[in-house]
Ligand binder design. Structure first.
Ligand SMILES: O=C(O)c1ccc[n+]([C@@H]2O[C@H](COP(=O)([O-])O)[C@@H](O)[C@H]2O)c1
Ligand SMILES: Cc1cc2nc[nH]c2cc1C
Length: 334
């Protein structure tokens, strides 16, 4: 088992040495799928999902029984530049709401039979404003990555990572700009008006060029946030534990992007839960080579879209593992 890394260099090593899917379990799942009582391919993407899940769990007839949802929260110095429709105090207020059970993710996790954890990360110590200097030092980023790494439950069998952080669509857009390039990564986030959006786009472009030319993990330190780094750490840990991951919206995918830029195979254990209404999310998913399971116009974060997609992954496994074969049911094959 890979030890918890303590530095950005350690995380880079953890991402260079990744377990692969179990090809035998995938082949066994595919063979079973071919004899289930349905026309071949009639369950569409559910069939691929079941085979993908079987491979990561190393079991031909898996079930989703212990999903874990982790919501990481962080505060962002760049909020001083007026990049969000909401004030930064909302982050700590929403953490209290999560802890009291009053947020959307509380209901969605309950409804998906998932264990929910909320991990606030130094909320009284926002990251530095990255238009003025790096958001985090490399050791601070490593600490946040480690917090994510540690939060994953070894016995979970599906992981959703979500976030709460006023200002974090600006950080996510800056990461995408620096790591992928081009413009148009800034969006309305919590609901910026046109003037706010053009100010945000300028800030994102300026920050990305100020912190250009760094490695992906150093870019994460310079432009990310603690909750973004923690999501990246949790996704990496899940890979080492062979726990499949459902990705959430734009910010979650920006965290995943950092891992993808270190090692393009680092997200093979991840599926895109949904396409967020944040304008650049679709483009980010395309870059990651992921097709979203749901498209419901959500732009909440908190892991909400991914928590909804737990139902889809669970249903895929229920069909795959519970259905009768043609021989068992005495149904004639075509
Ligand atoms: O998941 C998404 O795609 C998403 C899109 C827009 C906003 N959010 C949430 O809204 C917050 C960030 O928005 P903002 O405008 O403050 O950058 C943060 O708490 C996110 O969880 C999330
Ligand atoms: C109220 C509120 C709830 C959220 N949940 C995730 N991001 C959020 C942003 C706001 C503003």
């Amino acid at each position: 088992m890979f030890e918890q890394p303590h530095s950005l260099e350690g995380f880079a090593r953890a991402l260079a040495d990744l377990p692969e899917t179990d090809a035998e379990a995938v082949a066994a799942a595919r063979a079973r799928d071919a004899v289930l009582t349905k026309p071949p391919g009639a369950l569409g993407r559910l069939e691929d999902l079941a085979a993908w899940y079987a491979g990561w769990r190393g079991v031909a007839t898996p079930r989703v029984e212990r999903p874990q949802v982790i919501v990481f929260a962080g505060n962002h110095g760049v909020t001083a530049k007026g990049v969000s429709a909401f004030p930064p105090e909302v982050t700590v207020q929403m953490v209290a709401n999560f802890e009291a059970g009053g947020a959307a993710i509380n209901q969605l996790a309950l409804d998906a039979n998932a264990y929910l954890e909320v991990v606030p990360l130094a909320l009284n110590r926002p990251t530095a404003d990255f238009t003025e200097g790096p958001a985090m030092s490399p050791p601070e980023a490593a600490e946040a990555l480690a917090a994510g790494w540690q939060s994953v439950h070894e016995r979970a069998d599906l992981l959703v990572v979500g976030e709460m952080g006023i200002g974090n669509t600006t950080a996510a857009a800056a990461l995408a700009t620096a790591l992928i390039g081009g413009d148009g990564w800034a969006g309305r986030g919590t609901g910026l008006d046109d003037a706010g959006l053009s100010r945000k786009a300028e800030i994102v472009a300026e920050a990305a060029s100020r912190h250009a030319g760094l490695s992906p993990l150093d870019t994460l330190a310079a432009l990310g946030g603690r909750e973004i780094a923690a999501m990246a750490g949790a996704i990496a840990r899940a890979r080492h534990l062979r726990i499949p991951v459902v990705l959430d919206g734009f910010i979650c995918c920006a965290a995943a992007l950092v891992l993808h830029e270190v090692n393009p195979a680092a997200l093979d254990h991840c599926v895109a839960g949904h396409r967020s209404a944040e304008a650049a999310h679709a483009r980010l998913l395309e870059h990651l080579g992921k097709a979203p399971l749901l498209d419901l116009g959500l732009r909440l974060g908190e892991g909400s879209g991914a928590a909804l997609a737990i139902h889809v992954v669970r249903a895929a496994c229920a069909c795959h593992s519970g259905m009768a074969t043609f021989a068992e049911a005495g149904v004639s094959e075509g």
